[in-house]
Design a protein around this ligand. Structure first.
Ligand SMILES: [Zn+2]
Length: 298
């Protein structure tokens, strides 16, 4: 049975902390390096629901993508929501480890898992990490489809293959345009628009797209048309949990650790319902309520 320090060293080998962005807060948040680990739970968000799930499961280690604390705090009182998570974990001898932007840029990383879930072939990073001589690490991924699809069909595929959320998939652009190449980026991706243009792809799938950046991007007629697909933030990052769990499983086998590795299926996306609009007004831009493509979860 490995000690927490040994399991953390293995996680650090996959996602070295020094590869995280300077503003990020990654690494071990809670945990005694000497404690033994038998059961590990992977999840996107270190929220109370997930801490409770780790307790129910008898996990000794919770690994999340999002940090618990991104900035300093002066209290971990159980009367605060993050403090309550800390209390729950410590009372139940559960460690918490975070791999955030260091997992985004890893090879394989968050966007590789997203591309895999969508059955896309990755050709390279969208924003290569200059420190990687092989050019495989970096933010986002540029991908090819196995065969051309319309934007509408690709959105339907994403709605079907990504875990179900209230949001489903929103589309900007012509739903009937044909897509052969796609850029994907798990999590909030609207800071990557310039890189998406430079990549010359037909579509960009990410999360948290906002009105002004998206409408300015779509109105840029200097470039050829390009579709935007906006999925729920949680849904774009959840596939990484399965990838990461499989990576830790392999390490466990190699070391004879016999770890029990689990992935949380709890939906921690904050949006819980979606009411489709009344039929789209005549003369509106897209002509169809694209979020209602077949297979979209509700
Ligand atoms: Zn995220």
């Amino acid at each position: 049975m490995p000690r927490l320090s040994e399991v953390i060293a293995a996680l650090e080998s996959l996602w070295p902390a020094e590869r995280a962005e300077s503003w990020d807060a990654v690494g071990t948040v809670v945990g005694d390096p000497g404690q033994e680990v038998t059961r590990v739970l992977f999840a996107v968000d270190p929220v109370q629901e997930i801490a409770d799930e780790a307790v129910q499961l008898g996990a000794d280690l919770l690994v999340t993508h999002h940090p618990l604390y991104l900035r300093g705090t002066t209290t971990v009182a159980a009367s605060t929501f993050k403090g309550r998570v800390v209390h729950t974990l410590i009372k139940n001898d559960i460690a918490l480890h975070v791999a955030h932007t260091n997992a985004d840029t890893a090879d394989p990383g968050v966007s590789d898992a997203l591309a895999g879930a969508l059955d896309l072939r990755v050709t390279g990073p969208l924003v290569p990490d200059a420190a990687d001589p092989e050019g495989r690490r970096g933010l986002g991924r540029v991908c090819e489809l196995d065969h051309p699809l319309t934007v509408r069909e690709f959105a339907a595929r994403a709605a079907e293959r990504l875990p179900a959320t209230a949001q489903g998939i929103r589309v900007a652009g012509d739903p009937e345009a044909v897509v052969r190449t796609v850029a994907v980026s798990g999590g909030s991706g609207d800071s990557l628009f310039d890189h998406v243009r430079a990549a010359g792809v037909d579509a960009f799938l990410t999360a948290d797209l906002r009105h002004h950046p998206a409408s300015e991007f779509m109105a840029d007629h200097a470039h050829r048309p390009l579709a935007l697909l906006d999925a729920a933030h949680w849904a774009t990052e959840w596939p990484w949990c399965e990838l990461a769990a499989a990576q830790l499983d392999q390490i466990s086998d190699r070391h004879g650790w016999d770890l029990r590795v689990h992935v949380s299926k709890t939906v921690t996306d904050p949006w819980t319902a979606h009411a489709a609009s009344a039929p789209v007004l005549p003369g509106s831009a897209s002509g169809a309520p694209s979020a209602d493509s077949p297979g979209a979860p509700n």
